[in-house]
Design a protein around this ligand. Structure first.
Ligand SMILES: Nc1ncnc2c1ncn2[C@@H]1O[C@H](COP(=O)(O)OP(=O)(O)O)[C@@H](O)[C@H]1O
Ligand SMILES: [Mg+2]
Length: 253
């Protein structure tokens, strides 16, 4: 995939400035500023407990930050206002545990957002859903229930569900961490195809090889802070920072 080395030129879709989030005595996110740029993949890496999920959740207000700002398409978002509805409906999230509704068919899971939020009629939403399931390689599973699917298939259905809202950006929180290694590849392949089509994505992941191959920018977090950021060729392969060098020298990295 061609990657523009000038990562700073694309428009900023989603941005946070000086985000702080505390849980009791723990400062999970300690003053992070980040820009998610149009058509770019931002990979967020770091050890367990470094605040990656909390940062992602602050970006779409699943957690309300204690300090700092979130801007979506240049407009500051506050809890309980209309800008938040726009952010919620147009920034999709894909979770480690898929979070599909088990009692609904796969196509119904995908069609739910458009039907409820965008008031798309049932048949139109069904056709939209079938098209998206084809895109993630699940045409034959449209009428199945989620628990009849493998983890990799469930995660691909969850990606189709996020795409159904025609998102301005997609946020992924360790989308392959709950999967057996042989199922990880099929999910990463779908994500790689989305990236190649120009989808704006922020991806929390432990898949260093994926970040190296697909991300335009890598952000390394530790203890609630960004310790290094830049293109993968720099952050992963030639880190200037001692903490980053240690993280990427681990076996498997
Ligand atoms: N809801 C919560 N309540 C209390 N502590 C939390 C909560 N969510 C996260 N934390 C704490 O915040 C820190 C960062 O967690 P998290 O964002 O989940 O890190 P990561 O995703 O990098 O593993 C950890 O110390 C974690 O225990
Ligand atoms: Mg996490």
């Amino acid at each position: 995939m061609p990657r523009d080395p000038e990562i700073k030129e694309a428009a900023v879709v989603l941005e946070c400035r000086g985000i702080v989030k505390r849980f009791g005595g723990v400062t999970a996110v300690d003053g992070i500023s980040l820009e998610i740029r149009a058509g770019r993949v931002t990979a967020i890496l770091g050890p367990s407990g470094s605040g990656k999920s909390t940062l992602l959740r602050c970006l779409n207000f699943l957690e309300v930050p204690d300090a700092g700002k979130v801007l979506f398409e240049g407009v500051e978002v506050h809890a309980r206002d209309r800008a938040l509805d726009g952010l919620r409906s147009r920034v999709g999230m894909v979770f480690q545990q898929f979070n599909l509704f088990p009692h609904m068919r796969v196509w119904e899971n995908v069609a739910l957002g458009p039907r409820v939020i965008r008031k798309v009629p049932r048949e139109e939403a069904r056709l939209l859903s079938l098209g998206l399931l084809e895109r993630v390689g699940l045409s034959d599973k449209a009428d199945a229930h989620p628990l009849e699917l493998s983890g990799g298939q469930q995660q691909r259905a969850a990606i189709a569900r996020a795409l159904a809202m025609e998102p301005a950006a997609l946020l992924f929180d360790e989308p392959t961490s709950a999967l057996d290694p042989e199922l990880t590849g099929e999910v990463l392949a779908v994500m790689r195809a989305l990236a190649a089509e120009g989808m704006t994505m922020a991806v929390v992941t432990h898949e260093v090889a994926f970040a190296r191959a697909v991300a335009h920018e890598v952000v390394l977090m530790d203890a609630g802070r960004v310790v290094e950021r830049g293109p993968p060729s720099q952050v992963i392969d030639a880190p200037s920072n001692e903490r980053a060098a240690r993280f990427f020298s681990k076996p498997g990295a």
